[in-house]
Design a protein around this ligand. Structure first.
Ligand code: ADP
Ligand code: MG
Length: 338
């Protein structure tokens, strides 16, 4: 199942890239505009998913290597499973000194945990490790194990003093999986900008971040997977310049057992996946980490509270898709075009 999903994601990613290339070439085919150059691009497996970068205004392939180096570095730093990571140390030993990046991200996770009153909980590790959605053959854990794991999820028991983090409950643990991809996408963008790139698309397993616009100044087109459709069927194409779009959905990582589908956004109070009528939440924001944090948080909060959070947050927009297929747009959503 995991491989199938990875293939799915890979296809989705390449399709997004393809789509933008197609649109770029259509635009360049009109009038006297000179033919636009093809982007240089690369795709790798990292962060438990497929990651891609396409650069439109440079032919320097070492820039792609630079991007993948950054992704690899942060993957190692922020992972809960890499035995060399700070988060692994914190979870295993109950305390760790954190680097600036890990600390920043943990603090952000704690903010969203508080903001959502624990619907989003950055100490989800006992549950996420138990369900282990990224394993080859995930299964529904025993009910008593789920109850036990839930009892150790409580972000209030993560103590921070300076750069030192400690777990008041030694069986608790941190999982940055809900926000790391957005943070890393922002770091890749920062790197590309520092190298003078003004036109690129970064896609970390569905966390899409635009660097500027297409070389001719027009928007990037990003396809949103239709949660009910076949692979690569879009429910929307969103046109973006310099912005990020991130989706949390039930179809992202899941498995089916006994005729029921289990997805990877977990309710800390029941220990089971959220079952609140949402199938996907997409967030458009300037920074990808904001979109990543909000997409998971809003999914956890459900339609009403999630939408209220978006409408109270400046400069972010959202589309919530419910199980009846309806799309719900945030206030003043400016990206509708079809
Ligand atoms: P994806 O990883 O598919 O992009 P998300 O950004 O929505 O999706 O993050 C899902 C991940 O967040 C899970 O794999 C897990 O690591 C973590 N997670 C699951 N449930 C919660 C929760 N209630 N609060 C915080 N993090 C969670
Ligand atoms: Mg997220």
């Amino acid at each position: 199942m995991k491989n199938r999903l990875n293939t799915h994601k890979r296809r989705f990613v390449s399709c997004i890239m393809l789509l933008s290339v197609v649109i770029a070439s259509i635009a360049s085919g009109c009038g006297t505009t000179p033919k636009q150059q093809e982007p240089i691009s690369g795709t790798r497996q990292a962060l438990n998913t497929s990651v891609s970068v396409a650069i439109y205004d440079s032919t320097d392939k070492s820039l792609l290597d630079g991007c993948f180096d950054i992704i690899g570095k942060y993957d190692k730093l922020l992972s809960r499973t890499d035995t060399g990571s700070e988060i692994y140390k914190l979870n295993e030993t109950g305390e760790a000194d954190l680097s600036e990046d890990t600390l920043t991200l943990l603090k952000l996770g704690l903010d969203y945990s508080a903001k959502s009153e624990g619907a989003f909980d950055i100490s989800i590790k006992p549950l996420s490790a138990l369900w282990n959605f990224s394993s080859d053959n995930p299964k529904v854990p025993a009910a008593e194990d789920i109850a036990k794991a839930s009892s150790h999820v409580d972000y209030k028991k993560i103590l921070l003093e300076g750069n030192h983090a400690a777990l008041q409950d030694k069986d608790s643990g941190v999982d940055l999986g809900a926000i790391a991809k957005g943070y890393i996408a922002d770091k890749v963008k920062e790197y590309l900008l520092s190298k003078g790139v003004k036109s690129a698309l970064i896609n970390l397993g569905g966390n899409v971040l635009c660097v500027g616009s297409k070389p001719d100044g027009s928007d990037f087109s990003v396809g949103l997977q239709d949660p009910f459709g076949k692979r690569n069927e879009y429910s929307d194409v969103v046109k973006l310049k310099d912005l990020s779009i991130v989706t949390s959905g039930t179809y992202e990582r899941n498995f089916t057992e006994g005729g029921k589908t289990y997805h990877h956004i977990l309710n800390p109070s029941t220990g089971y996946p959220y079952d609140n009528g949402l199938v996907a939440v997409s967030i458009i924001s300037k920074e990808s980490v904001t979109g990543d944090a909000l997409s998971t948080t809003c999914f956890a909060l459900g339609l009403e509270k999630g939408m209220a959070l978006i409408d109270a947050t400046p400069d972010v927009y959202a589309v919530f898709v419910t199980s009846d297929g309806a799309k719900h747009y945030s206030k003043d959503y400016p990206f509708k075009h079809n």
